[in-house]
Ligand binder design. Structure first.
Ligand SMILES: Cc1cc2nc3c(=O)[nH]c(=O)nc-3n(C[C@H](O)[C@H](O)[C@H](O)COP(=O)(O)OP(=O)(O)OC[C@H]3O[C@@H](n4cnc5c(N)ncnc54)[C@H](O)[C@@H]3O)c2cc1C
Length: 381
């Protein structure tokens, strides 16, 4: 029986033309000082101005229907744009979550009014989202969340606390996972629902958390008796768990899971060429090519409406391991040279990446949890 499916996807000529346009745009932006390349750019580097420029180019919301401000293009065109942005270390964090997953949830589960009013704003690079899953006592064990939404006459009241919410300090909305009814015995996946919550509502408090590298990109968000309209319920009441799992497939499978530190390779290659073994380099490139092929296959499957949840987990798990391997190889090669021969920007890229790297295999699901998901699919647990 076939347990995992990664279709091979050819690269048509049109993709090359699009890639050329994106590269030319990025080069221009760098020349005019529009951005300084950085690692982990989709999490820690937000520039609303840059997001608006991408919106004007038509590079946000590429796959959605034109009726909702999108561009009706294939998922693989979006793949080309996202990998070029990541490889260039462009400041894409502001709109990343909205474009990657929140808009997909609204397209699938939102009301017509929500689609018409919110999606065009996302596509123009002006409206950002955050993900409200984790809580202080519920990360890997997501079904343990305590945040509650209680039904009232006109809608809902939200009470609880989310943590590590990337981008919530600049986001207009958060998609919140909350409990709407008690678990059924040991089945805690029932009774959970998703809500579309405007973070400007009374009773919402967003406070930034500084990461080890000194940047504020994630937050703690408290909901204290927040009143929500009836249509804040996203999708069906009680279906929140299944909806979240679909969202995570979009979150885990993209090129950000293996290109977050790629910029270091570009920046280091001239300096370390004589210090890195061709075998190590070849091994890294072989892994990168394989990951890219797997990720493109998933992009196609998502476009076809399939559910490649476990395949997405595999890409994230292997992608995290690849990024660690890439970083170690470059760090060791740098260390074998006198520090005076290493450009200052490469040293600061190394230091920042060293601090952030451990978080790559936490966010979006930890290594142990992802391995457990793969094992379950194989019937090993
Ligand atoms: C940079 C960053 C950005 C994030 N952004 C968001 C966001 O936008 N929205 C959001 O909702 N969350 C976000 N998160 C939170 C992230 O999803 C959680 O950190 C992750 O799910 C792990 O949960 P935890 O931190 O509570 O760790 P825990 O679940 O407490 O895990 C701690 C350790 O125990 C291990 N462990 C736990 N359970 C088991 C088990 N059953 N078997 C074996 N080992 C186990 C884990 O693998 C891990 O090594 C972000 C995290 C980071 C680091």
């Amino acid at each position: 029986m076939r347990r995992f499916h990664f279709p091979m996807v050819a690269e048509p000529a049109a993709e090359g033309a699009l890639r050329g346009r994106v590269r030319a745009f990025l080069e221009r932006e760098r020349e005019i000082g529009g951005f300084v390349p950085g690692a982990d750019c989709w999490v820690s580097r937000a520039s609303p101005e840059f997001s608006r420029k991408l919106g004007r180019e038509g590079w946000i919301g590429m796959t959605w229907p034109k009726a909702y401000g999108g561009h009706g293009r294939p998922a693989l065109d979006r793949f080309v744009v996202t990998e070029e942005l990541l490889a260039a270390g462009a400041p894409v964090a502001a709109h990343w979550i909205a474009d990657r997953q929140s808009a997909g949830q609204i397209l699938r589960y939102g009301t017509e009014e929500q689609k018409l009013s919110i999606l065009p704003q996302i596509a123009s690079g002006e409206c950002y989202f955050s993900v409200g899953m984790s809580e202080p006592q519920a990360g890997s064990d997501l079904a343990a969340i305590q945040t509650k939404a209680t039904s009232t006459q006109g809608g809902w009241v939200l009470q609880g606390r989310k943590i590590w919410s990337t981008g919530a300090h600049i986001a207009r909305y958060m998609i919140v996972l909350a409990r709407t009814s008690p678990p059924e015995g040991r089945n805690r996946h029932v009774g959970l629902s998703q809500f579309l919550v405007e973070l400007s509502r009374p009773g919402v408090d967003v406070s930034g958390i500084r990461d080890i590298a000194g940047a504020v990109h994630f937050n703690e968000v408290v909901f204290d008796g927040v009143e929500l309209p009836a249509d804040a319920l996203l999708g069906a009441e009680g279906e929140g768990w299944a909806q979240c799992m679909g969202e995570l497939a979009m979150e885990r499978s993209g090129p950000e899971r293996f290109l977050t530190t790629f910029i270091m390779l570009e920046a280091a290659l001239d300096t370390i060429r004589d210090r890195i073994s061709p075998i190590v380099l070849g091994d890294l490139i072989a892994r990168l090519v394989a990951l890219r092929a797997m990720s493109r296959g998933i992009a196609l499957r998502l476009q076809n409406g399939e559910d490649p949840g476990t395949e997405a987990v595999i890409v994230k798990q292997l992608g995290n391991a690849f990024e660690k391997r890439l970083f170690s190889a470059i760090r060791d090669a740098i260390a074998s040279k006198p520090e005076t021969e290493i450009p200052a920007d490469l040293l600061s890229l190394r230091d920042e990446t060293q601090l952030r790297l451990p978080s790559h295999s936490l966010r979006g699901g930890t290594t142990e949890i992802l391995r457990g998901v793969i094992a379950r699919q194989l019937g090993a647990r």
